[in-house]
Design a protein around this ligand. Structure first.
Ligand SMILES: [Zn+2]
Length: 220
C-alpha cells in the first residue's frame, strides 16, 4: 500500500493538540493507523507542542509560523520516532482499522448498509460530535457521484477500492480534502468500486434540482 494523499498540516496540528472535534479526529486517527509517514509527523507535532507548552511556562516563546513548525515535522526522521501501541503500527490486516472498526461496530460485511439511490449504500457512524456528519459510503464499480459542491469541508478516506477525482486516483489510506470552493464529480474505480469514510460539516450541494429535492431523503 502506497499512500500518496495525506492529512493536511492544519488537521494534524489540531489533532496533536487535542483540539480537533470527534468526527474529524476519527478520520485522522484512522488515517494514522494506515500511514507510517503521518504517524511520524503526528509524534513530532505532539513533541513540539509539548516543548512549546514547557517553554511557555518559563519565558515567552518566539512565535514561529505554522509552516516552520510543520517543516520540522515533515523533516523528522521516522526511524528516530518510537512506535506506540500496536494499533498504530499493525499493517492493515482487517477491512476496517481501529479506531474506525470500534465506532462502526464490526467489519464492512457485517454492517447494516442502507441503500442510497439504486446502487450506492451508506452506514451512519455515531459520534458525540454535533459539528460533523460521519458515514461510510459504498459505491459500485464505475459509479459517478453527481456533480456537487459543499457548504463546508469534506474529508474522504478511502478504505477499499479506489476513487477518481480531479485527475487524481485515491486508494486505501488516501485522504481527499475539499471545501466550499470545490465542485466535483468523483467516480468509483471501474473494477473494484469504492468504500470510504466521509466526514462533512455541511450537507452536499447538488447541481441537479432533482437531487437537491431528494437529498434529505437520501441522507447525504
Ligand atoms: Zn499520511
Amino acid at each position: 500500500m502506497s499512500i500518496r494523499h495525506h492529512v493536511s498540516d492544519d488537521l494534524l496540528v489540531s489533532y496533536a493538540a487535542g483540539s480537533l472535534s470527534e468526527g474529524w479526529s476519527l478520520l485522522v486517527a484512522t488515517h494514522l493507523a494506515l500511514c507510517p509517514r503521518c504517524r511520524s509527523r503526528n509524534r513530532s507535532a505532539e513533541a513540539i507542542g509539548g516543548w512549546m507548552l514547557d517553554c511557555a511556562g518559563a519565558e515567552p516563546v518566539a512565535t514561529g509560523s505554522l509552516a516552520s513548525v510543520m517543516a520540522r515535522i515533515t523533516d523528522a526522521n521516522p526511524l528516530q520516532s518510537q512506535q506506540r501501541g500496536c494499533a498504530e503500527s499493525t499493517p492493515c490486516s482487517h477491512d476496517l482499522p481501529e479506531p474506525l472498526r470500534g465506532y462502526a461496530g464490526g467489519e464492512l460485511a457485517e454492517l447494516g448498509w442502507r441503500r442510497v439511490g439504486f446502487t450506492a449504500a451508506r452506514v451512519e457512524i455515531k459520534t458525540g460530535d454535533p459539528e460533523t456528519q460521519v458515514r461510510l459510503l459504498r459505491f459500485p464499480p464505475g459509479m459517478e457521484v453527481p456533480e456537487h459542491g459543499h457548504g463546508g469541508r469534506e474529508l474522504t478516506l478511502i478504505l477499499f477500492g479506489s476513487l477518481h477525482d480531479g485527475g487524481c486516483v485515491f486508494e486505501r489510506g488516501d485522504v481527499a480534502d475539499v471545501d466550499e470552493t470545490v465542485e466535483h464529480t468523483p467516480k468509483a474505480g471501474p473494477e473494484t468500486g469504492c468504500v470510504c469514510l466521509a466526514v462533512t460539516n455541511s450537507p452536499l450541494r447538488f447541481r441537479s434540482l432533482a437531487l437537491r429535492l431528494v437529498r434529505p431523503i437520501l441522507g447525504i
